[in-house]
Design a protein around this ligand. Structure first.
Ligand code: GTP
Ligand code: MG
Length: 465
């Protein structure tokens, strides 16, 4: 090999090392209560990124507007123990001849993208013709964050909390199948009976969600068990019957339930924060504010409580037990009112303002802990078009779309309240939005969206400078 060739090889090697040193990596976590729109969001995000260099619909994202994004592609994820986010099936559902929304998901999933871009900084540009950012997007259920307070709760305190919840007649009525147990705290553990009662308790949680529109059901993993379905640490119930007289012996029903509760806390709650949460760099929380407005005041106030509980996970400071336990490092949190295409565009500021008031206190605490936060309204996959309706000779903004059962519709869904609604608002019952089926969309084009580019700018803008 000539000296010249040798030199060139060294240069290449040095360039590669510099490039590797410059390659960076961001772990972006996407969460929200079930049906908040996580799968649609991630599918659209990946789709926009894959189209970003050729057919960009992302004018609010600097790196695209400035023509610096060279492309993005999906690459193999590094965490082999985490299921892969099912991007292709989700996209196929949206692009099918009769477009459908992607199926509901459970548990955690991730997908990795490699983004190539040109830096704005001269020095970085001189070091290589492009830079690389690896983006891991992680989908996980917001319900898992609801369990955080359990970490500092005893079995007794948690049981007392459920007992208080059961004072609400609607909840008590649904709870009858497990509540009607006749058993004593000191009874010996009967495994098959515990399994049956835990199953009835889990069914109660599902019913609270489905029939009453409640989110704040606990333990969160009972309804979304992920890979732990059927494990004994998911088979316990709160003790809401006659309190034990004194300390229960080992092997008794009560002590077995308490032990499983402790296992749940240590392995599932703490395990999630240590294995997943602690590794997130950026977080987006999707909130469907519209569905609870449709359902009524109980569902709405439950969503508000659940959201406040979710925000507690972002209250960690730079010190304290939280920091010692998990060393979390999220530095930016984006709170999103999802499915903004369900209302006409002039309602979007009200949606944002409603979300701001729902997360107000938690947001202040996150900021105090050094996390930057922002609220916005967006639609990951826009399913409506804005048109004009006419009534009594007047025109008004309206939405045009196709309902889930295939009926074309033109409607004005009502006004979104800009703060949690008053009693009068509920009585008027003037809000009624419809779910729409996705539009027919050409597969070679990026999915239509509203403000997904603004979200990308907020979440990743600084990482692509
Ligand atoms: N119109 C409209 N509807 C949306 C949008 N995103 C989600 N939806 C609707 O909300 C439903 C739930 O969305 P998903 O993305 O599956 O929500 P998820 O949070 O992943 O739900 P789980 O997997 O069940 O936790 C979809 O089936 C759609 O009906 C959007 O951007 N626009
Ligand atoms: Mg999902």
């Amino acid at each position: 090999m000539s000296i010249e060739q040798q030199l060139r090889q060294w240069q290449d090697k040095a360039g590669e090392l510099v490039q590797r040193g410059l390659d960076r990596h961001v772990r972006l976590a996407v969460t929200g209560l079930s049906r908040a729109g996580k799968t649609a969001f991630i599918t659209s995000l990946v789709n926009q990124l894959e189209h970003a260099a050729s057919d960009a619909r992302l004018p609010q994202w600097d790196v695209v507007r400035q023509g610096r994004l060279l492309g993005a592609r999906r690459v193999a994820q590094i965490n082999h123990h985490i299921p892969t986010f099912a991007y292709e099936p989700a996209l196929a559902a949206l692009h099918g001849p009769a477009p459908r929304w992607p199926a509901a998901t459970r548990g955690v999933a991730e997908i990795r993208l490699e983004l190539r871009y040109r830096s704005r900084h001269l020095l970085r540009r001189q070091l290589g013709d492009h830079q690389t950012l690896f983006l891991d997007i992680v989908d996980y259920p917001g319900e898992w964050l609801l369990d955080l307070p359990l970490l500092s709760q005893s079995f007794e305190a948690w049981s007392e909390q459920v007992r208080r919840q059961l004072e609400r007649p609607a909840l008590r009525e649904l709870a009858e199948p497990w509540l009607s147990q006749r058993w004593q705290a000191s009874d010996p553990l009967d495994e098959s009976r515990v399994v049956a009662v835990a199953a009835a308790y889990t069914e109660w949680l599902h019913q609270c969600k489905a029939r009453l529109g409640l989110h704040l059901v606990q333990p969160g993993r009972f309804v979304l068990p992920g890979e732990y379905a059927g494990a004994p640490m998911l088979q316990f119930v709160p003790w809401v019957w006659a309190a034990p007289a004194g300390e229960c012996a080992a092997g008794s029903l009560y002590s077995a339930l308490r032990e499983r509760f402790e296992h749940y806390k240590q392995h599932l709650v703490r395990g999630f924060y240590q294995q997943h949460f602690a590794g997130f760099d950026r977080q987006i929380v999707l909130v469907d504010c519209l569905q609870p407005l449709n359902e009524g005041p109980e569902s709405f106030s439950d969503m508000q409580l659940a959201l406040a509980r979710i925000m507690e996970s972002f209250r960690y400071g730079k010190s304290g037990w939280w920091q010692r336990l998990f060393a979390p490092r999220i530095d930016k949190l984006l709170l999103v009112a999802s499915k903004a295409d369900h209302v006409t565009p002039e309602q979007h500021p009200a949606m944002v303002s409603l979300l701001q008031s729902l997360v107000g206190q938690g947001r202040g605490q996150a900021r105090f802990a050094g996390i930057e936060t922002e609220c916005m309204a967006l639609a990951s996959v826009r399913a409506t078009e804005v048109g004009q309706g006419r009534h009594d000779g007047q025109t008004f903004p309206a939405l045009r779309g196709t309902t889930l059962d295939g009926q074309p519709q033109l409607l004005f869904p009502g006004e979104v309240p800009s703060s949690p609604p008053s009693e009068r608002w509920w009585q008027q019952g003037s809000f009624d939005f419809q779910a729409f089926r996705p539009l027919v969309m050409p597969a070679h084009e990026a999915l239509p969206h509203i403000r997904l580019d603004a979200a990308l700018q907020y979440l990743l803008g600084d990482k692509l400078e």
